[in-house]
Design a protein around this ligand. Structure first.
Ligand code: LLP
Length: 432
């Protein structure tokens, strides 16, 4: 069990030096709380590795993990880049004043409008995914008499799942250009032939919540092999190699991931080795971590309500949120841990199931949680919820989405308002 050691003199759990019971009282629950310093520290530790390894680099926050104006502002303050995957994420970054030259636009089916928006706002680069996109982008650049930097996303033939990875010549993935069948070579030819596209290099992303180095080493090697092949065959030398994100984090005590920075050091060292091996000049190295930046910095606060005993089984303790603010347990059987805000270090007396309030039997946030004695009205804090929680939230059952608070330097600032009931019907139109 993960037992947070940050308690105040009342024994209450603290987040960024703020009493979680006070936060729940001030902002209500369900509430998403971020410890902003943790976000900053993770970005800084990534940057530090690159600085130590003396390479040209970019740490690009994969904003799908948690995309809000405040988050882009913090990333910008830390000098990070960001990647966006929709007009919505791009618009949010724009509203945050995020410098567009540090934005990459990803996606396997970017629409004409999305590409136009990216070109109009001069995003740093488009991560080109497929032939249709090359054609569409080419038309748009022509129409707008514009230019743009691009990278090609390839399917490296390595796919990493949480605790395992597999390597096959061809991975069945909807993303990127396949290597074996020659798609990637063809894409390179088309991009190089287009005077409006400036080809920067290669991108691959092998998966998410990865615990082992091996998959990243293989991906880095594969990218460099392709770079060497392109140099030999097309006399084209890649200037940027982007290895994507995917660094795993600890959700439950049995998770034992490497430190995110250690993944990065290995990636850099592998790319250095391979560039020597192929006699390529060392490219700029980019990473796109999402979960490792946003995840451990976030907490979900809930109020405990009803309890149901089931003979011979773990009781259900129900909270005032659930799959609408965190779909991951229902969708991926994701595991989390939780503590009581009033006394996170109290001795556990029972093992319970933490249920959500949504009308589905599968809405169980934690299926096996040791807890001290709890009562209705107690605040339950779920740990490490900062990535793919709020960003995947829905209004299922017409529940409003929670508020989001950023905490730093003893201050709690509301950065996303709680949705109201009127917000929920805001887009509805009467049929009568
Ligand atoms: N780069 C690309 C191209 C990606 O597709 C992703 C994640 C990332 C970077 C960031 O990966 P991260 O460092 O966050 O693992 N909703 C799922 C995760 C989906 C990840 C999709 N792509 C979840 O909740 O586990």
């Amino acid at each position: 069990q993960i037992i947070p050691n940050l308690v105040n003199d009342k024994g209450h759990l603290m987040i960024a030096n703020l009493d979680t019971l006070e936060l729940a009282k001030e902002f209500g629950t369900p509430l998403v709380v971020y410890d902003v310093e943790r976000i900053r520290n993770q970005i800084r530790s990534f940057k530090k590795v690159f600085e130590e390894e003396k390479v040209n680099y970019a740490v690009s926050y994969a904003s799908k993990a948690f995309s809000t104006i405040a988050m882009y502002q913090v990333c910008n303050q830390e000098g990070a880049y960001t990647d966006v995957v929709s007009a919505g994420e791009l618009y949010t970054a724009l509203q945050a004043g995020f410098p567009m030259e540090r934005v990459s636009f990803h996606g396997n089916n970017k629409s004409r409008q999305e590409l136009e928006m990216a070109v109009d706002h001069h995003v740093g680069k488009i991560m080109v995914d497929n032939f249709y996109e090359i054609e569409l982008l080419s038309q748009i650049l022509e129409q707008k008499d514009s230019h743009i930097d691009v990278m090609l996303r390839i399917t490296p033939g390595i796919s990493a799942h949480t605790h395992e990875y597999d390597q096959t010549g061809q991975v069945d993935s909807k993303f990127g250009f396949d290597l074996e069948s020659g798609q990637a070579d063809q894409a390179l030819k088309e991009v190089l032939a287009n005077p409006r596209m400036n080809m920067l290099g290669l991108h691959a992303h092998i998966g998410s919540q990865i615990f082992e180095l091996n998959g990243f080493q293989m991906a880095a090697k594969k990218l460099m092999e392709v770079a060497a092949h392109w140099r030999d065959k097309f006399n084209y030398e890649s200037r940027v190699i982007n290895v994507g994100g995917g660094f795993g984090i600890r959700y439950v005590a049995s998770d034992q991931p490497l430190k995110a920075e250690d993944f990065v050091r290995t990636i850099i060292q592998t790319i250095k080795q391979e560039s020597q091996k192929y006699n390529l000049s060392l490219p700029k190295i980019e990473i796109e971590p999402g979960r490792s930046i946003a995840g451990p910095a976030g907490y979900n606060l809930y109020t405990i309500g009803s309890r149901k005993e089931v003979k011979g089984l773990k009781p259900y303790i129900t909270v005032d949120g659930g799959m609408g603010d965190n779909i991951r347990p229902a969708l991926y059987q994701a595991e989390y841990e939780a503590v009581l805000a009033k006394d996170p270090q109290a001795q556990s007396i029972e093992t319970v199931r933490i249920a959500g309030k949504y009308c589905e039997s599968g809405d169980i946030l934690i299926s096996d949680q040791a807890l001290p004695k709890s009562e209705p009205g107690d605040i339950l804090v779920m740990l490490d919820t900062g990535a793919y929680g709020y960003s995947m939230a829905s209004n299922y059952n017409r529940n409003p989405r929670p508020a989001v608070v950023f905490c730093e330097n003893g201050q709690a600032k509301l950065v996303v308002e709680r949705e109201s009931l009127t917000d929920l019907v805001h887009l509805d139109r009467s049929y009568l």
